[in-house]
Design a protein around this ligand. Structure first.
Ligand SMILES: Cc1ncc(COP(=O)(O)O)c(C=O)c1O
Length: 553
């Protein structure tokens, strides 16, 4: 039993053994990538482990080892396991054991970064990890500023917060005028340069917030939903979607036209690694457009997905232009194999961070800060904040860039293999080229009356155009609409059937000009093999055949 003041290491050692054993037992109970039976069966098992029909909080507990063992086994049995090669839906990575162990050390010590006296070492660790990542991004690590966040969502919010603050300051009305006007930001441009610094003291905050609310936020239609949500939360209501090209990348010409219609200050959010296709916007071209704009524009790059490519010597070049961003979101709980959370937010300098300045008597009195007792309170919207940088530091020291880069390359290779398999199978259709480790595709059923092709054993003939897709093109319009609807339902059903059976976790989204239902593999498991990926795609296609046959009258 843990007593006040008791050092927990001995208890922890014993409980860790219980935990690891229960994780293994639960994995064996599950016997696949996720529990079978769907939500109702999982709920039943969870409630039973939580003591139902008794209360979850009983008058007397079961004891630490018993409760931990039973609930960990239940959690493991009831989890979608990203370490299983057939679990490949989301940006949901199998965490490195070394990072999990480091995370445990943080939990045991429970430091908090809002004041130095709660995290003396943690404070420096975060600062150093951020400097190393800034270097990787291409920022000057001695000038860059950042914070470790809960993920891309929070990092995107931070980018919009700081960007809105800086651009809003530029857009605020000049003293004496009543509304935001081009004269406001033009005047400021001439006085303070393109990245206009401090606002004139006479500016009323109400005018500034009105100017900020009016700022347009340009974001590609393939941007992550957290960008829109973050903008709305911050009162940035003018969200301007920018079209994407056939490869899901922001269309630079469309951005150019959109910016031309809004000559004032603005925010642009580009994506390096879209959630569904892994597409990387043309960052260098976007940065050039932003620089050429007549008013200040804050460029935030959401590299939550694609930032991991920076570890890879082969792929890092795809993020060329990233260093020109005013802020960047990275996520090491995606292509970085950290247990969540391990989000990163970086800026090349301290510009904009005054938005979060806070001096709080009990946390960071000025004299202590001056004396070197650094508090990272002003780096986050949160107060209590665990040093998630620690597991990243341990990972960096343990694996080095080479091993991390090799892991990224392996996942990229798996995705390329998957794309080849999809292209070679007439039942499957690829929806986007592979950029990182995501494969977007769908199943195409045979035409009514036609039997599914026999692809077992031999190499399927590949003509470049999927046979079934070709036929669909020639069907009458009504038939086509009916068929599109049927294909959508079929693809949705493939995923549901696999989930229900606990056989595989395959992603689902929409893609294409008509928002057709598609399936997605997000291959983040560097221990998976080409054979695993082939088996997963064969399972998807076979499930499609089976469902198509069941549905054909
Ligand atoms: C491109 C992109 N940005 C942001 C996010 C949000 O990241 P998080 O879930 O870590 O908040 C995601 C999540 O998948 C993403 O794909």
């Amino acid at each position: 039993m843990t007593r006040p003041g008791h050092r927990p290491a001995d208890d922890l050692r014993a409980l860790l053994a219980v935990t690891v054993d229960a994780l293994d037992a639960g994995r064996r109970d599950r016997g696949g990538p996720l529990p079978s039976g769907g939500p109702a069966d999982v709920r039943k098992a969870v409630l039973a482990a939580l003591g139902e029909p008794g209360p979850l909080l009983p008058p007397r507990g079961d004891g630490e080892a018993a409760a931990l063992g039973a609930l960990t086994r239940m959690l493991s049995a009831g989890s979608a396991d990203p370490a299983d090669p057939l679990c490949a839906a989301h940006l949901h990575c199998p965490p490195l054991a070394v990072a999990v162990a480091a995370d445990l050390a943080v939990s045991a010590l429970n430091p908090s970064l809002d004041s130095w006296d709660q995290a003396p070492a943690g404070t420096t660790i975060e600062t150093e990890v951020l400097a190393a990542l800034a270097d990787l991004v291409g920022y000057d690590p001695t000038r860059a500023v950042g914070t470790v966040t809960t993920g891309g969502t929070e990092s995107n919010l931070m980018g919009l917060l700081l960007g809105g603050h800086v651009a809003g300051r530029a857009a605020a009305p000049a003293p004496g005028s009543t509304a935001a006007s081009p004269r406001g930001w033009l005047g400021q441009l001439s006085h303070h340069g393109r990245h206009g610094a401090r606002p004139p003291a006479s500016r009323a905050p109400a005018s500034r917030s009105a100017a900020t609310a009016a700022l347009p936020v340009f974001c590609s239609a393939a941007g992550h939903h957290s960008v829109r949500r973050g903008a709305e939360l911050l009162g940035l209501r003018r969200i301007v979607p920018v079209e994407v090209d056939a490869a899901h990348r922001m269309d630079v010409q469309a951005l150019r036209s959109a910016l031309a219609r809004h000559p004032g200050p603005a925010l642009v959010v580009a994506t390096a690694g879209t959630t569904d296709a892994g597409a990387i916007d043309p960052l260098a071209e976007i940065a050039e457009l932003v620089r050429a704009h007549p008013a200040p524009v804050w460029l935030h790059v959401d590299a939550a997905h694609g930032g991991g490519a920076l570890f890879s010597r082969r792929l890092a070049e795809r993020l060329a232009g990233l260093a020109q961003a005013d802020s960047v979101a990275l996520d090491l709980h995606k292509l970085g194999w950290q247990p969540a959370p391990a989000g990163i937010f970086l800026t090349p300098s301290g510009r904009g961070w005054d938005r979060l300045d806070a001096e709080v008597a009990y946390l960071n009195p000025a004299d202590e800060t001056i004396a070197g007792y650094t508090s990272l309170l002003g780096r986050s919207l949160r107060t209590t904040r665990r040093p998630d940088a620690f597991k990243i530091a341990v990972t960096f020291r343990a694996l080095g860039r080479e091993r991390l880069g090799a892991m990224v390359d392996t996942c990229h290779d798996l995705a390329r293999h998957a794309a080849r398999v999809v292209t070679a199978d007439p039942r499957l259709e690829l929806a986007a080229p592979v950029t990182l480790s995501t494969v977007l595709f769908r199943y195409l059923p045979p035409e009514p009356g036609e039997h599914p092709p026999d692809t077992g054993g031999g190499t399927p003939e590949h003509t470049g155009v999927p046979r079934h897709a070709d036929r669909a093109r020639h069907a009458s319009r009504l038939d086509r609409i009916d068929r599109i609807d049927r294909i959508d339902r079929l693809n949705a059903a493939i995923r549901s059937r696999l989930l229900e059976e606990g056989a595989a976790v395959v992603g689902r989204t929409t893609a294409g000009p008509h928002g057709a239902v598609h399936l997605k593999l997000t291959l983040l498991n560097p221990n998976a093999t080409d054979a695993d990926v082939s088996a997963l795609l064969a399972l998807v296609a076979a499930t499609g055949d089976q469902l198509a046959a069941e549905r054909t009258p």
